[in-house]
Design a protein around this ligand. Structure first.
Ligand code: GRG
Length: 299
């Protein structure tokens, strides 16, 4: 398998799906719609819809109902980035290699574009109900999509993250893991769980995917913390040094770069071992390679 080629192919497919569900830029709401499309189509790794589709296929899913959920998950992720970049939060100027939404469209439109993407995500996922009215898994997937992005998921994590700013050395490891789990791992869990749920996986299998995605999410965030101090705007597509600027305690400030790198490798390996435990019954070599790549990712 040529992993790079396979990944590019999947990104193209995901972007085709996104185009299907993004709104047309017309009418009196045209400005906010342009801001939404600008944010979603700015590129990005498309990791969450990719993990969702690969998990769906791992458990034998074959229907098109996965597509509105893939688009919805990327819309929720993008809304969170647009709001996170706002002056009231991280106040960042670059994202995905371009000027951030509020820099291009102004703060009001960036707030509205984020809100509108969150709504559009649920409108989009809801289209799956009409595609397969008898399929009870769609309601279960919908609940995960909402829950993992809400107060017991991403928004909860973002709240704790903001309150931890300026606490500096008072932030505990437990608090930081709560932040990483909710702010970052929750959407990765949502993606992999929805893939499993829609493919008809058992409760035990869904729980195993939630645990796998927890490891992936924490590893992903630690790697993000490492890249924030070791990478560059050109490679990363967003400014580095953002954590220091916002006086954030990160995994790297608590544990140091070397221990952080070792923990990324260990967490990713644990995620791969969990996937391997399905071996013989369910296997997806691309998914395994994708998890492996996250350890060494440069952006
Ligand atoms: C504003 C409710 C609200 C939440 C914001 C996503 C987020 C929570 C903050 C963004 C900053 C950050 C470091 C989040 C952790 C997750 C993360 C590393 C997001 C970036 O995801 P990538 O790297 O981005 O997959 P691309 O652009 O590739 O899609």
């Amino acid at each position: 398998m040529n992993f790079k080629e396979e990944k590019e192919k999947r990104i193209t497919e995901i972007e085709e799906v996104l185009h299907t569900y993004l709104p047309e830029e017309k009418g009196y709401a045209k400005t906010v719609i342009s801001a939404m499309n600008y944010s979603v189509l700015a590129g990005g790794k498309r990791l969450r819809p990719m993990l969702m589709k690969e998990t769906y296929e791992l458990f034998g899913g074959k229907s098109k109902i996965i597509e509105p959920f893939m688009a919805a998950q990327e819309m929720i992720h993008t809304y969170s980035l647009v709001h996170d970049d706002l002056p009231a939060m991280d106040n960042d100027e670059y994202r995905r290699g371009r000027k951030t939404t509020h820099v291009v469209y102004g703060e009001c439109m960036a707030i509205l574009a984020g809100d509108a993407l969150l709504n559009l995500a649920f409108e989009t996922a809801a289209k799956a109900f009409a595609m397969e009215p008898e399929n009870v898994n769609i309601g279960k997937a919908f609940a995960v999509l909402a829950g993992k992005s809400g107060i017991y998921g991403m928004i909860g994590g973002q709240t704790a993250d903001i309150e931890a700013e300026d606490m500096q050395d008072k932030v505990t490891r437990e608090q930081l893991i709560y932040i990483h789990e909710h702010k970052t791992a929750a959407l990765i869990q949502s993606s992999m769980m929805i893939g499993a749920i829609l493919a008809g996986a058992s409760t035990e299998q869904i729980t195993k995917m939630e645990k796998t995605a927890y490891n992936v999410g924490i590893a992903f965030q630690i790697q993000d913390d490492i890249l924030d101090i070791t990478s560059s705007l050109e490679v990363l597509g967003k400014a580095t040094g953002s954590d220091a600027k916002n006086h954030k305690t990160t995994y790297v400030t608590l544990e140091g770069v070397e221990k952080s790198k070792a923990d990324v490798a260990a967490l990713s390996q644990e995620a791969i071992s969990l996937l391997d435990s399905f071996q013989g019954q369910f296997q997806n070599d691309f998914l395994e390679a994708l998890l492996q790549e996250l350890i060494t990712r440069k952006n």
